[in-house]
Design a binder for this molecule. Sequence first.
Ligand SMILES: *[C@@H]1O[C@H](CO)[C@@H](O)[C@H](O)[C@H]1NC(C)=O
Ligand SMILES: *[C@@H]1O[C@H](CO)[C@@H](O)[C@H](O)[C@H]1NC(C)=O
Length: 340
Amino acid sequence: MTGIGGFAMLLYIHLVTELTHLRKAMQSHPSLGSFLSGTPPSEMVLDLDNLVIIYNRVPKTGSTSFIGLAYDLCARNKFNVLHINTTKNVPTLSLTDQVRFVYNVSNWLEKKPGIYHGHIAYLDFDRFGVSQQPLYINIIRKPLDRLVSYYYFIRYGDDLRPYLIRKKMGDKMTLDECVAIEHPDCSLNHIWIQVPFFCGHHSECWVPGSTWALEQAKYNLVHKYFLVGVTEEIQDFVALLEYSLPRFFRGALHLYNTGSKSHLRKTVKKIMPSEETVAKLQSTRVMRLEEEFYNFALNHFHYLRKKTLYDTEDGGLIQDRGRNFGYEKIKPRKKREFVT
Ligand SMILES: *[C@@H]1O[C@H](CO)[C@@H](O)[C@H](O)[C@H]1NC(C)=O
Ligand SMILES: *[C@@H]1O[C@H](CO)[C@@H](O)[C@H](O)[C@H]1NC(C)=O
């Protein structure tokens, strides 16, 4: 077969597959069918039943506790939860995997609505021309606390799966000692984590201390994320999600407040670093930029919290402020007033 013949054949196979997908989609989604045939569908815009939420969780930020809520709610609230695992937990995807992932998440109708979670860096679905973007959410933590948690986690594990052998099990070196001898386990690569996770799949994102990466991470946080909470204030994060996306999170706050141990996960042993260690870490540009990013996220989160929620005076309940906008001066009054 000539190159062109082979290409035409592949294209043909591709088109046939696409058509089959489209037919299946039209059968299971009547509104999509009417959309394609030209009649205006009634609820095409922001279709919550077809929404995909991506929680690209950062390691050691309390993500396991949070995603436990989603697993507990998924049957009751009728949505899917899927974990994304990557080979060796590498957080960035190759170009071909990016296409596979975006194509798969966008077209996998049986898993909509759904929450995908996994340790992967932000991936901009816009670049791939998909029509409905996923909503991104995330949680970040004070960089120093995250480092301490990570450092001792790989040595001592956690109370969730105490039997699991961790990477550095049996190694008794403290974080103070690690920082003092500048051992790779506490190197700048282990601190430069939250900025690159939010920055994404560009090589510059992964250059520790890059100002460009920090700016990109801030940009994405504001423009591309639906909501970013902080580990220190998970309850408010859960409340904001419940009130803004009840389709998924109805009942989440109650579950969180009355939750059993299954939502908590603690590193078994942690030794807080000395002042000297903290000072040494904070004198690095990498830690400074990570802290700047955390504070930026925290500010934004507090702002949203204040605008959206209030605490009842008696029981300390968190409530939504309710709807504070409306429409008026609506013209024309009737459809037939349109001049055509
Ligand atoms: C992801 O997990 C599944 C189930 O444990 C496993 O079969 C698969 O090989 C994993 N994929 C990668 C890329 O590690
Ligand atoms: C998405 O990937 C899963 C697992 O590999 C597969 O079972 C499913 O058919 C894929 N869906 C689409 C629409 O590609």
